[in-house]
Design a protein around this ligand. Sequence first.
Ligand code: TYD
Length: 137
Amino acid sequence: MNYKLIDMKVFGDERGHLISLEKGNNCPFEVKRAFYIFDTKPGIARGAHANRNSEFMLIPISGSCKVRIDDGSSSETVKLSDPHKALYLDKMLWKEMFDFSYNAILLVLTNTLYDEKEYIRDYNEYLRAATPDLGGG
Ligand code: TYD
């Protein structure tokens, strides 16, 4: 499955820590957009979609959450709780974020500008697109 946990380079000294991301440095793509998810309500899930063009880096700046990643044939769940570790997600993965801790802040970086047309929000449509040999495409 095309995701990986990236152990990011940290600049640390007696003042604290700093992490920088740019293409080729902690991040595999050129960042075009950032957004963050915060003030999540108990028990909710976010995401539940795939993106035709966007790759993502998910960074739990504060607190924790889980991410279920599905490629159309299997699914895996990753817990994000360490701000040194980013989750890289390739395009065309179905993902769902859930189990946010109280006051969690999840930073998301991506290689695209926002375009609702590249979202697949229907799971059956995703399966058809992700597994074209099964009759989709
Ligand atoms: P949504 O895709 O539902 O968020 P999530 O992936 O966390 O479930 O997006 C919520 C709203 O924010 C929706 O109206 C689209 C808008 N939005 C933007 O305008 N720009 C963005 O970069 C993102 C990620 C969302």
